[in-house]
Design a protein around this ligand. Structure first.
Ligand code: ZN
Length: 187
């Protein structure tokens, strides 16, 4: 059985990390999408573990330690993006791997990026690399996906809508399932 860890980025009280008008905290979006992906994957027989229960901003090293201890098959961190702190035109979807990604991480990132940008029809910013702790300190394939910019007015309202959240969850869960089917030990 495939075991996937889903990570809702940040926590309910993380400073900053909100739309410029203060209407939405990033965590609200991350948490909603994580719960929806969880349901969709579980319906397909995937074991889903959350990196934290969502009541506080759990330190990143605790999240990665849990993933390593439970030996999950993949770690997927869900975020909404920001460019600066005020409204601007920067927009779109991007997915990150570590700076020295495994082949399986690269495959997973590409599947998620393509699925998410085609389903949402937002600007496809591509797969990128970054030295993020959750990508560096996890021993399994790990990706971090940014589902749109809180600092872009159009995307900020999408990020607050149930419809867009469902689109993101559908896109990401179907990409995770495609990836799982490519890995030999699935079911
Ligand atoms: Zn974030």
């Amino acid at each position: 059985m495939m075991k996937i860890m889903l990570d809702a980025g940040h926590g309910p009280n993380t400073p900053g990390k909100r739309t410029p008008d203060g209407k939405m905290r990033e965590f609200e979006f991350n948490q909603a999408v994580v719960h929806q992906i969880k349901e969709e994957l579980q319906e397909c027989g995937v074991i889903v573990i959350l990196s934290h229960i969502g009541t506080s901003d759990v330190p990143l090293n605790e999240r990665t330690a849990l993933a390593n201890k439970l030996e999950v098959d993949a770690f997927v961190s869900i975020h909404a993006n920001a460019f600066g702190y005020s409204w601007n035109e920067v927009s779109g979807i991007e997915t990150f791997t570590y700076t020295k990604p495994s082949e399986d991480s690269k495959i997973l990132a590409k599947l998620i990026q393509d699925s998410l940008s085609s389903i949402t029809k937002r600007n496809n910013r591509g797969v990128k690399q970054a030295n993020f702790a959750v990508l560096r300190d996890t021993k399994m394939p790990a990706v971090l996906v940014e589902c749109g910019f809180m600092t872009n007015k159009a995307e900020a309202s999408l990020l607050q809508s149930a419809f867009y959240r469902r689109q993101c969850a559908n896109a990401i869960s179907s990409a995770i399932l495609s990836w799982a089917r490519k890995m030999q030990d699935f079911l």
